[in-house]
Design a protein around this ligand. Structure first.
Ligand code: SF4
Ligand code: SF4
Length: 451
């Protein structure tokens, strides 16, 4: 038995040192410190019981063996899918003019502004409040940093310049392609262009806004009858998002809107060159609600913070969509109740949110579907005060950890076992903290001077 206990002590030490080195490489200082402490302390009881002359050693041996065996059993033995989570879709559609970004773009004194608040007086006082704040990337904002904000502006400006490429006429001559080969090519090429995951769904009513709320087509009815929607995700860099709510966060958001936009435009242009209609949906120029399309395309579930939770990056992605009539193979419908169960017990995003924009309650019915309620008004108001798009909820989400072997082992357990979901949440809190601090920015990134 001393040998067995000693081997277990070595295994625990090795496992925790692995966690330590991964944490160091991810700049997670708290996790690095705590895992090192645990690596030095947790093997000691096993070595003591193995080699020290202790009375009633038999009972202690069994306690220690149980302490090791139980988490392994919890991890390895799958449990039934959690009950009570409906896989449903909204039954109503959204007018894009009512979303916060559209309202933020309204200029006082213009007919558009007057018309909007005449028909939506209930939004006026809230919107006047955020208009009085410094604004997203504003110079007077709390997290103002000139280089980071200028870089983000440059990315947003470039996405804006791409807007004219979203639509176009297909080539006169239509090429026929085997749907299976076309689907394989599009998914493979999406990966080559920088997408993480790519899925295809039929375009459905609830994917579409009713009326355009931004850009030159403001106020126009959305009338899009393409048959398919290709949805893809692009990675938001863990290290940049880890600094949330500082300037590198908005730099990274803007950059990934640009990456997603460029991929969508290339793909739509490619499909039009085959003679099929196609349209790219990119930041500031959407006819579809990307997370709803991406969910139906099998890319993930809508979590507590109202964002798509993807299997390997959680909410740490940006989305792009291309709609088209090119014949393609649709991905089978998926439903991951385990993610919804984890969101129902986790609540880390709700706890860190400085303005309580994320609900701490259970899901309720929103637009005909079961969803967690989000206050986009409160969230956007905070952005206008700090000048970045905050991102603290994404930063602390246990699913946002990097896509590597350690975190993917945890993600496998989260998918398989309800008991492990409870255990993993406690371990995440222990290792990173319930309200983890932001990561330090990379050395080349500017550090904001504290006021
Ligand atoms: S932080 Fe927790 S509750 Fe929030 S989205 Fe992530 S897993 Fe869900
Ligand atoms: S981005 Fe910030 S303010 Fe908005 S919901 Fe997340 S934590 Fe709250």
């Amino acid at each position: 038995m001393p040998i067995v206990l000693s081997l277990i002590a070595v295994a625990i030490f090795a496992l925790l040192m692995w966690v330590h080195f991964v944490s160091v490489s991810e700049q997670e200082r708290t996790a690095a410190r705590r895992s090192l402490g645990a690596a030095l302390i947790l093997p000691l009881p096993f070595l003591l019981v193995a080699w020290a002359p202790i009375p009633a050693v038999g009972i202690l041996v069994w306690i220690l063996l149980a302490a090791v065996a139980l988490p392994i059993i919890v991890y390895l033995v799958p449990t039934a899918d959690p009950k009570g989570f409906r896989n449903d879709a909204p039954t109503t559609r959204i007018d894009e003019r009512t979303v916060m970004f559209s309202r933020a773009a309204l200029k006082p004194g213009t007919p558009r502004f007057d018309d909007y608040y005449e028909s939506h007086p209930e939004h006026r006082s809230n919107d006047d409040r955020f208009r009085a704040l410094p604004g997203l990337m504003g110079q007077q904002s709390g997290k103002y940093e000139p280089l980071a904000f200028a870089a983000a502006e440059a990315s947003f400006h470039t996405v804006g310049a791409l807007a004219g490429l979203c639509e176009g006429e297909p080539k006169a001559e239509t090429q026929e392609h085997d749907p299976e080969a076309a689907t394989r090519f599009i998914k493979g090429w999406a990966g080559k262009l920088g997408a993480l995951d790519c899925g295809i769904t039929e375009l459905r009513e609830h994917h579409l806004y009713t009326v355009k709320g931004r850009g030159e087509k403001y106020g126009q009815k959305v009338d899009l009858n393409h048959r398919y929607a290709i949805a893809f995700s692009v990675d938001m860099d863990h290290a940049s998002l880890g600094t949330a709510p500082e300037g590198p966060t908005v730099m990274e958001s803007a950059q990934q809107y640009l990456t997603a936009g460029a991929v969508a435009i290339q793909m739509a242009t490619f499909i039009r060159s085959l003679g099929w209609p196609a349209e790219a949906h990119i930041d500031g120029n959407y006819k579809v609600i990307c997370p709803l399309v991406a969910k139906d395309a099998g890319l993930g579930e809508i979590g507590r913070m109202g964002l798509l939770m993807t299997p390997r990056q959680g909410p740490r992605v940006r989305l792009g969509v291309v709609t088209t009539d090119l014949p393609l193979l649709v991905d089978p419908a998926t439903f991951d109740a385990a993610v919804l169960h984890f969101c129902s017990i986790c609540r880390k995003c709700a706890d860190i949110c400085p303005v309580d924009a994320i609900s701490n309650e259970e899901r309720g019915e929103i637009d005909g579907a079961q969803r967690w309620r989000i206050s986009s008004e409160a969230c956007f108001g905070y952005w206008c005060a700090v000048g970045t798009d905050c991102g603290q909820c994404m930063r602390v989400c246990p699913y946002s950890h990097p896509d590597n072997t350690l975190h993917n082992l945890v993600r496998t357990g989260l998918r398989r076992s309800g008991l492990f979901r409870h255990l993993a949440l406690r371990l995440d809190d222990l290792l990173y903290g319930r309200r983890p601090s932001p990561l330090p920015p990379a050395p080349w990134l500017p550090r904001r001077k504290r006021q």
